[in-house]
Design a binder for this molecule. Structure first.
Ligand code: KG4
Ligand code: ZN
Length: 375
């Protein structure tokens, strides 16, 4: 018996709805990015984000249902899943209110999904696009509500990807989180480390701002770093105490600021740098961030029983970090699971995906389900 789940994601600045079959086969995943709305502010404005979710969510859910070729959603869809934590509270409320309304109207089970944990689940998602299509579509300028529809499912169902051997060490790297987990199953995780200041994605975004690159900064740094020398500048590595599994990125960010703007942070700015100098800074920063992240994965794998490594979240799209984690897997003789590019950043497919094992385990929510900003 096939299970179809409608997933809804509105935790930050991406409005997304998806239909996923049996927890892995993505029939549709529609993502509307608010990047253009927030770019002029250099970061996400929570009230603007919540309002944009409100305007976009219904058409996006409709689009997800249509793309999945579902003609009678009330009959065909088995459950409604929504990211109810963590995230911006106004944004979360839009998604959870919609999910409750659909669950009530269609009399379907409601499933509350932790957005950060869902990022790790992305490694199991499969669709036509994972074989190379679609990623380019992500930046299409579409208006007024920019829908990015991923290709519909292939006619022949895909087989599920083999799941990572558990227990695993999982690292979620995003704009809001740098969280390290000991993973027993996708719905049974123990957090063993987190950032003490900036999230790694935040550091990428701030360094990009220092270098006068665009927003969000991660993809710009990644691209520019291709032409740079990662060994050009030795930025300080912060590993915290010898046994710590936590992260700290604010020192690295400040080191870049002083390098670019001078010791007081405002003697000069990036406009005096050549493109090559900027590329060297981007590559050196990226290398340092990758070293800091992989060191904590190494420590965790040495301390906890570990049979595989999993990464997820927007920053797991980064070329140097994907390579560094892959190399670490070779070094430790552990298989490494990395999501396809399109499922690194926020998407509803991962929400509908992780909801499947939760539904099978009877972990459903009631209409009194809460939204939680931080967990
Ligand atoms: O997971 P995500 O889409 O949203 C949150 O849950 O926060 O992550 C967004 C973050 C942003 O900070 C963005 O700059 C970063 O992911 N990012 C990258 C890359 N692509 C996105 N960072 C480094 N390299 C990339 N290629
Ligand atoms: Zn995220």
């Amino acid at each position: 018996m096939k299970t179809l789940i409608l997933g809804i994601e509105t935790t930050c600045d991406e409005t997304s709805a998806a239909i996923v079959r049996d927890g892995y086969e993505v029939l549709s995943n529609v993502v509307s990015s608010q990047i253009d709305l927030h770019a002029k502010f250099g970061g996400v404005v929570p009230e603007v984000a919540a309002r944009a979710h409100l305007e976009c969510l219904n058409p996006i859910i409709e689009e997800a249902i249509k793309t999945a070729n579902i003609t009678s959603p009330a009959a065909a869809i088995d459950a409604i899943a929504v990211a109810n934590c963590p995230g911006l509270i106004g944004c979360l409320l839009v998604g959870t209110a919609a999910a409750k309304a659909f669950a009530f109207a269609w009399q379907k089970p409601l499933i509350a999904v932790n957005h950060v944990q869902a990022h790790l689940y992305s490694v199991l998602l499969r669709d036509k696009g994972t074989r190379g299509q679609g990623d380019k579509e992500k930046n299409l300028p579409l208006s007024p509500c920019p829908l990015v529809t991923l290709p519909p499912c292939p006619l022949v169902p895909l087989s599920p990807c083999p799941p990572p051997p558990f227990p695993a060490i999982g690292l979620v790297m995003s704009g809001g989180h740098s969280s390290l987990y000991h993973v027993h199953a996708f719905d049974q995780l123990t957090r063993i480390g987190q950032t003490q200041d900036d999230a790694v994605g935040e550091a990428f975004d701030k360094v990009a701002a220092i270098l006068h690159l665009g927003y969000p900064g991660g993809p710009f740094i990644d691209k520019l770093a291709e032409q740079g020398n990662p060994l050009a500048i030795r930025f300080p590595l912060s590993h915290l105490e010898k046994d710590s599994l936590n992260f700290s990125f604010s020192g690295l960010k400040t080191a870049v600021l002083y390098h670019v703007n001078g010791k007081k942070g405002r003697e000069r700015d990036a406009s005096s740098l050549t493109l090559q100098q900027k590329a060297d800074i981007a590559a050196s920063f990226q290398r340092t961030a990758a070293l800091m992240l992989t060191e904590k994965i190494r420590r965790a794998a040495n301390r906890f029983p570990t049979r595989s490594l999993i990464i997820g979240g927007g920053v797991s799209a980064n070329t140097a970090i994907r390579k560094a984690v892959t190399d670490l897997g070779h070094e430790l003789s552990l298989p490494v699971f990395i999501p396809p590019m399109r499922y690194c950043t926020d998407n509803a497919a991962m929400i509908a995906g992780l909801a499947h094992p939760l539904l099978l385990a009877g972990k459903t929510a009631t209409l009194a389900m809460e939204t939680i900003a931080t967990v």
